[in-house]
Design a protein around this ligand. Structure first.
Ligand SMILES: [Zn+2]
Length: 392
């Protein structure tokens, strides 16, 4: 009986300690008095927990002048070097890495050109592990301080089991990718769909900061979307919510790679723009379409304008379904050709349903290329930080 009581006390103690750490992390820098006020715990208990966290190297004292009074007050802040996570973004033609410290800053970025679709998943996992090891070593970070790896992968991801169910981009099917990384590195690993990682990032650090309900549309070589509600990524039944690319726009439309007709992606992805353009001229890259449009060539302006119209329609559909306060446009097509955002705006009068006009804002992605690395680092932090290090 006594033993159970003792265990309960330990659990409560641990819970309170993590809660204090959480308060310091979110409201840093903060004084002991403020923490006492927020928690309603005694100053003695707070003092004890704070000393323990200091001793464990998780937080530190900083001296700051408190506002108004001008008196120096000892403030508490987290120790950025207490723990680290690694964020990884696997794209079609490159892999990007970042080391995130406990203050959630990326302290170093690293990018390599690599085409995962030309290798098998094991080779790609091996390469990622090698690069991560090298990165940790070059930064001089003690290996055991790296508590998690987060990876964004384009495709349908079984997020709970760390399995890539289907990635048409890389030709992967049923790949237990998190396991491959975890076994090799001996660091806990979480994987998620790239756009879900991206929206988490925009919510924590970018355009969606402070928004209650944000939708993100990714337009590039494929089309997808993600939704975050009060900080929680909406996942749907099997983490596939937001697979917009194969929603049907016209049952008699263009034939899609999936075998159906008239899927959204056959109207607005990069490949569809190139196919359209080839009816007029011999091109191989979407950049040529935009260059011709800037050059006032009629066929190119027509294609770009039609793409903007369909993006506008997509925004309308999403807004009608979810009523978000913010819609973020992201992906190569939007990030490389910003003029399309203005065109989408011009079409909005025509395509947005009246009750929603002026009720939400459309903004281009703020974090652009770094969003997934940051979001993946944050995802690993959210997953593994409370369990990590000496304070477990
Ligand atoms: Zn399709």
């Amino acid at each position: 009986m006594k033993k159970i009581v003792k265990q309960d006390q330990d659990v409560i103690k641990q819970h309170n300690k993590l809660m204090i750490l959480d308060i310091i992390k979110k409201q840093r820098p903060i004084s002991r008095a403020e923490i006492t006020k927020i928690t309603g715990m005694s100053a003695t208990s707070i003092g004890r927990f704070v000393s323990e966290l200091c001793e464990e190297g998780v937080i530190r004292e900083t001296e700051l002048t408190s506002s108004g009074v001008g008196r120096k007050a000892i403030m508490l802040d987290i120790e950025p070097g207490a723990i680290y996570t690694i964020g990884v973004d696997i794209e079609k033609k490159r892999i990007s890495f970042g080391i995130m410290d406990f203050s959630e800053s990326i302290i170093v970025y690293h990018r390599i050109d690599y085409q995962a679709q030309k290798a098998n998943p094991e080779e790609t996992a091996d390469l990622i592990c090698r690069e991560i090891r090298g990165l940790i070593e070059r930064q001089g970070i003690p290996y055991e301080k790296v508590i998690g790896v987060g990876i964004g992968v384009p495709g349908v991801i079984d997020y709970e089991n760390g399995v890539v169910q289907l990635s048409t981009t890389f030709g992967w099917k049923g790949v237990a990718f998190a396991d491959l990384i975890e076994r090799e590195l001996r660091i806990k690993t979480v994987i998620d769909n790239d756009l879900k990682v991206k929206i988490l990032s925009e919510y924590l650090y970018g355009s969606a900061k402070g928004s209650n309900k944000t939708a993100l549309i990714g337009i590039g070589t494929g089309i997808g979307s993600a939704l975050i509600i009060n900080g929680e990524v909406f996942r749907g039944g099997s983490n596939s919510a937001g697979e917009l690319g194969h929603t049907t726009l016209d049952p008699n439309g263009n034939l899609c790679e999936c075998g159906k007709r008239g899927c959204l992606q056959t109207y607005i992805d990069e490949n569809s723009l190139i196919l359209e353009a080839r009816r007029v001229t011999d091109i191989s890259d979407v950049r040529q379409v935009f260059a011709a449009a800037r050059n006032d060539e009629r066929w190119a302006k027509e294609i770009v304008s039609r793409t903007a119209l369909y993006i506008g329609i997509t925004i309308n559909n999403i807004v009608c379904m979810y009523n978000p306060d913010t819609v973020i446009l992201s992906g190569d097509l939007v990030e490389n050709f910003r003029e399309i955002v203005d065109l989408v705006d011009q079409h909005s009068e025509q395509v947005i349903w009246e009750p929603f006009k002026g009720k939400f804002k459309v903004i281009p992605s703020e974090l652009r290329g770094d969003a997934i690395v940051m979001g993946a680092g944050a995802l690993a932090m959210q997953h593994f930080a409370p369990l990590a290090g000496s304070w477990t």
